[in-house]
Design a protein around this ligand. Structure first.
Ligand code: GLN
Length: 493
């Protein structure tokens, strides 16, 4: 029988439809794969009973001819999406034991289309990080190993989602991307990740980090699967005032392979200092593939790129400090007692938040304080506007922009830990698309000298996910990326 955990969502849907296997068999195969991948620590909460129950219902729907677009497809859900009746922690001690009474719109959309939930995946605490080492529930391990067998980070913050999809424990997953948290882990784990346009996927029921930068989006192992997931996740939601009233196109239909005449922008400022030759080469290779398929390269300039990280690290902590004010020991999860109300707040927050979250709350509170608000927060917002205008100008010259996703491949767990600035540099190529709110897709394009995956990023205009998927599909096809994480390759051999 076909290997149920190695197939694509598109193929699994065909297999289910032609009764090659049932949704229950598909769910069970993934439950077993999740159990086999326990060492990765990819989940905060596994929900095999829910998966089997949903799968049974899915089989019934299919027999009745009522199957939805993703009926029977087993997915992993980042533990930042509220799931009704299932603990949702944001990987923070302060939310431990929090069981939402409601379902996030994105997960509700997926389940309405018949998707099956395998569990809630581990992440950096409140999605703050690039390595999944800030989780209260322990770090996630990348299924890809370093040259010396060393354990590597899966990237962050959606590291659990990326790791389990790469380890063939789930066919796809949800993530959120505030500064790179879908694309960077996708790149580190050798899978596809898409951050859509701001407003494309509802943020309702997603634990807020930085509201103007948070973007829910999908992970999968093929560009087509990613498009199928986004089709289901996206759509207008009256419960999120920033959700756009726009029709959702058929993203998968955009994968025509026809990029003849498309202009691909190469931003000269992204040739960052200290970027490895390997990544430069891969980037060039990516452009060559697109040219072979009839696209044209144009050099573009995004002159304010150098200010994007400083602006991000003002805006994101500022919004986070405000969003996280709600965790006071009264309304959610953890409470530590105190002599009076104020002490109870203080004790709860001191015990409930980890170091990185505290650092962000302090930076954010400072940036928003009287006297500094104009100097920092307003200034950062002005820089954000300039970055958006850079993109507007660039898109007068090109249809899509090609860049590396990350400045390096996955690094060993523990590295960069005591140097937050170095950790923040991980987002150098991803964060601009968050500031501008525009779509960006990461596609695995090759391996580095140590056999670790590297991704290329395609950025497009607002609401033009279709071009990103189309160009991404060409990179995928040309790269022919079929490498498996070493642990799986050994098993397959
Ligand atoms: N690494 C970035 C940060 O730490 C982005 C995280 C994210 O996108 N959630 O803020």
């Amino acid at each position: 029988m076909t290997n149920l955990t190695h197939m694509s969502i598109a193929d699994a849907l065909k297999g289910l439809e032609s009764k090659d296997f049932t949704a229950v068999e598909l769910a069970q195969a993934h439950i077993d794969a999740v159990a086999a991948a326990k060492d990765l620590n990819a989940f905060v909460t596994e929900t095999p009973e829910i998966a089997l129950k949903q799968a049974k219902e899915s089989d019934k729907r299919r027999s009745a001819g009522k199957a939805g677009a993703l009926d029977g497809i087993p997915l992993a859900i980042k533990d930042l999406f509220c799931t009704k009746g299932v603990q949702t922690t944001a990987s923070s001690h302060i939310l431990e034991g929090f069981i939402p009474q409601y379902e996030s719109t994105v997960t509700a959309n997926l389940f309405a289309d018949g998707a099956v939930m395998l569990g809630k995946t581990n992440l950096d605490e409140f999605a703050m990080g690039s390595s999944n080492t800030t989780s209260y529930f322990g770090n996630v391990v990348n299924p890809w190993k370093g040259a010396d067998g060393k354990d590597l980070v899966p990237g962050g913050s959606s590291g659990g989602s990326a790791a389990i999809v790469a380890a063939r424990g789930a066919m796809g997953a949800t993530g959120t991307d505030t500064g790179g948290s879908i694309r960077q882990p996708a790149s580190f784990c050798g899978i596809i990740g898409m951050k859509p346009t701001y407003g494309r996927c509802s943020r309702w029921g997603v634990v807020a980090f930085a509201s103007s930068l948070d973007h829910p989006g999908p992970f999968a192992r093929s560009v087509e699967d990613c498009a199928l997931l986004l089709n289901s996740m996206a759509g207008h939601d009256p419960k999120d005032s920033t959700s756009a009233q726009r029709d959702v196109p058929d993203f998968a239909a955009a994968l025509t392979g026809d990029i003849k005449g498309l202009k691909i922008g190469i931003p000269k400022e992204y040739h960052a200092d200290g970027m490895s030759d390997e990544i430069e080469k891969l980037w060039q290779q990516g452009m060559d593939w697109l040219k072979e398929s009839g696209a044209e390269a144009v050099e573009i300039s995004l002159p304010h790129t150098k200010y994007s990280l400083p602006a991000y690290y003002i805006i994101a902590p500022a919004e986070a400090s405000s969003n996280l004010a709600r965790y006071d020991g009264v309304r959610y999860g953890l409470r530590e007692d105190g002599e009076d109300l104020r002490e109870m707040y203080e004790n709860t927050r001191a015990a409930g938040f980890g170091d990185e979250v505290k650092r962000r709350i302090m930076i954010g509170t400072y940036a928003l304080s009287a006297g500094y608000y104009d100097a920092y927060y307003i200034k950062a917002q002005k820089v954000r506007r300039l970055i958006l205008e850079d993109f507007d100008k660039a898109f007068e010259q090109c249809d899509a922009i090609l860049t590396p996703t990350t400045p390096s491949a996955a690094f060993p767990i523990g590295e960069n830990e005591d140097d937050p600035i170095k950790m923040y540099l991980n987002d150098i190529f991803t964060v601009t698309a968050n500031l501008a709110g525009i779509p960006a897709l990461s596609v695995p394009a090759g391996l580095d000298a140590n056999g670790l995956p590297l991704g290329l990023q395609i950025i497009t205009k607002a609401w033009d996910e279709e071009t990103a998927f189309k160009v991404g599909g060409v990179i995928e096809e040309k790269a022919g990326f079929t490498a498996l994480p070493q642990t799986l390759a050994q098993k397959a051999a």
